[in-house]
Design a protein around this ligand. Structure first.
Ligand SMILES: Cc1cc2nc3c(=O)[nH]c(=O)nc-3n(C[C@H](O)[C@H](O)[C@H](O)COP(=O)(O)OP(=O)(O)OC[C@H]3O[C@@H](n4cnc5c(N)ncnc54)[C@H](O)[C@@H]3O)c2cc1C
Length: 416
């Protein structure tokens, strides 16, 4: 069923009785060409592009819970391509371009809103660093504007410009950045993949891999064994656990990350704002709530919930940046499970086991990558060769010394 204004009108006039389920609920088949483990944004996008771009439709997405229950439905919805390093920048710019055409492409309203993103600088050195980042963004065709303090005072007068510890010097503004309704992305990709023949199987946990003579030939699941020619793991915060079942140890740690939303306020924020002197980022939802977050929890965990010290740390960041936020009441908070890689950059790669592929290590930033990750993972699965914009996301980069240390923080997940 295609959605359109006419369809909406007809349904409204006929009691909304003609809507069909957005995707089927099939039983797993005994075998598939490709099995995707994990029905988050990346797994569903991979299935969608496999079917749409490469005509590979004998595909199952196996999800242990429900579609949208993982990080794809828990993030703070920020999209941007303000990366600097050559291994990252063109990949995230591809993603932003795909976001720009996504709703028309999968015929689903994901509320893509390019309201802009502002990274604040608090010292001359940081401001110079942003000028450098903006220039390297321009090299990949991305948009970036360096703003001085005066133009920021006009744009966001409520920021604490003259804070004695963290005075605001300026900022890097990416007008094409913004926000997207996160769970609608999962639903849109699920619907698009399902309508092309992909089986989306919820409540189906992968509990093991069948590996014979160095080749992966299928998976064990809570709903029985399923064979496949290719098995593509895409489980974000559960990466270490799932790949551990194939005997692999990854350069990834899992940590919880929390997010918060306040009561609805009148429109006040021009877009997304990030604090450059602490870890705090905030945007305003269409309902008016301030949506914000900060650091991961310091300890390793597989729980989708966090603790009070991180709540205090995030709220302190907010107060240091924009004291008026102290008047807003927090309505809800929640947590997700981050797959923190050791250089802060992701993996989209084959493994040493034939037929077994891995996508993960997205840290705080995998939502914005969803379209490009699915696009490049589908390319890898279809061609057995990496997409030209994802060649650096290899598992062996720590062995060869070719890390993509975007923030220059080294192997410290808490600083990425
Ligand atoms: C609070 C928070 C804020 C964030 N903010 C942003 C942001 O503003 N911008 C941004 O770009 N990124 C952000 N992120 C990161 C982003 O959400 C993630 O990097 C991204 O969603 C991960 O990819 P995914 O959508 O595929 O993950 P998920 O949705 O977590 O999908 C993985 C799926 O695998 C399933 N799974 C796990 N184990 C198994 C198994 N054994 N068998 C079958 N299925 C299994 C899980 O149930 C899950 O549904 C944020 C994350 C959080 C938690």
């Amino acid at each position: 069923m295609r959605y359109s204004a006419l369809k909406l009108l007809t349904q409204a006039l006929t009691g909304n009785k003609g809507w069909k389920p957005v995707w089927r609920d099939p039983e797993p088949k005994p075998a598939y060409d490709v099995i995707i483990v994990g029905g988050g944004g990346h797994g569903l996008a991979t299935a969608y592009y496999l079917a749409k771009q490469f005509g590979i439709t004998n595909v199952a997405v196996l999800e242990k819970g429900y579609i949208g229950g993982g990080n794809v439905g828990r993030n703070t919805t920020i999209i941007r391509s303000n990366y600097m390093l050559p291994g990252n920048q063109p990949f995230y710019e591809l993603s932003l371009k795909l976001w720009e055409g996504l709703e028309q492409d999968f015929n689903f309203n994901a509320m893509v809103s390019q309201r802009g993103i502002l990274n604040l600088s608090h010292s001359d050195a940081q401001h110079d660093g942003y000028a450098r980042r903006g220039n390297s963004m321009h090299f990949s065709g991305a948009d970036a504007v360096l703003l001085d303090q005066d133009s920021l005072r006009e744009k966001c007068p409520y920021l604490d410009f003259d804070n004695a510890r963290f005075p605001i010097k300026g900022g890097l503004w990416q007008p094409r950045g913004g926000t997207v309704r996160h769970d609608a992305v999962a639903w849109g990709y699920a619907r698009g993949a399902d309508s092309r023949g992909v089986d989306i199987i919820q409540n189906c946990e992968v509990t093991g891999f069948k590996i014979e003579d160095g080749r992966c030939t299928g998976v064990e699941t809570s709903r029985g064994s399923i064979k496949a020619n290719k098995i593509a793991v895409c489980v974000a915060g559960s990466s270490s656990q799932v790949m551990g079942m194939a005997g692999m140890r990854l350069p990834i740690e899992s940590h919880a990350l929390q997010a918060f939303v306040t009561e609805g306020l009148k429109p006040i924020l021009p877009g997304v704002i990030t604090f450059g002197a602490g870890h705090f980022y905030v945007s305003q939802s269409d309902k008016g709530g301030l949506v914000f977050g900060g650091d991961i929890e310091g300890y390793n965990s597989y729980a989708q919930r966090g603790n009070l010290p991180a709540v205090e740390d995030v709220c302190e960041g907010g107060m240091a940046l924009m004291p008026m936020i102290g008047r807003a009441r927090i309505l809800r908070s929640w947590g997700g499970l981050m797959d923190m890689s050791m250089d802060g950059s992701p993996f989209i790669d084959k493994t040493h086991i034939d037929g077994l592929y891995f996508n993960g290590g997205w840290c705080y930033g995998g939502f914005k990558a969803t379209p490009a990750s699915g696009w490049c993972y589908a390319h890898l699965l279809a061609n057995d060769a990496p997409h030209e914009l994802a060649t650096k996301f290899q598992l062996n980069r720590f062995k060869t010394g070719s890390m993509i240390d975007e923030k220059g923080m080294g192997a410290q997940p808490n600083l990425h």
